[in-house]
Write a protein that binds this ligand. Sequence first.
Ligand code: FES
Length: 218
Amino acid sequence: MKQGFKPDVIGNEGWFYSEKVKDHFFNPRNIFKSKAEAKKYKADGIGTIGSPICGDVMKLWIKVDKKTDRIKECKFQTFGCASAIASTSMLTVMATEKGGMKLDKALKLTPKDIMERLGGLPERKVHCSVLGDKALREAINDYFRKTRQFERISGEGTKIIDKALKITNKDIEEAVLEGAKTFEEIQKMTKIGIQDKNCIPETKRLIKYYREKHFGKN
Ligand code: FES
């Protein structure tokens, strides 16, 4: 085993990739190899997400078995890096294996679940794995919209935390995914709390929450 790689951790501190990550990068499952292939695909739902951190884009298509409410097929294309390709490839496998995942369960899939199956990702690359699960949620919501199941559409709300600079919980989440671990680090990146000091306790609570959500630790 290479020094620095710990398969039992979610986002490891090193730069080493697990054998599974390498396998899914070199042989991605369910990826469209051409624009033409994607164009003629008849999807029930499509989700597109861009990363505010690196600017990369992920597009994901699903087919749904309407009787069982399970994902029958899940395909993707991305401009993202090796980590984005490997983690989304694994995500498509998880969504479609064993007869397909129920939509309600698929909406709750997290980057942590994907990384567990991959044997971890370097901590600085965790934000790449978020693209796939966000795009999957968009695709499922798109399917709900198209089939007029509006009451099932889900999404995490955006809340303004720093009232002076209009910094939201999503900005804090992105900063954590970028690698910030402490309030001081987030303040350096976003200037949060410099004018609106009242937001400091809530920001600290959110840093803890997002560290736990994406890395399984504080
Ligand atoms: S997806 Fe942009 S760096 Fe990985």
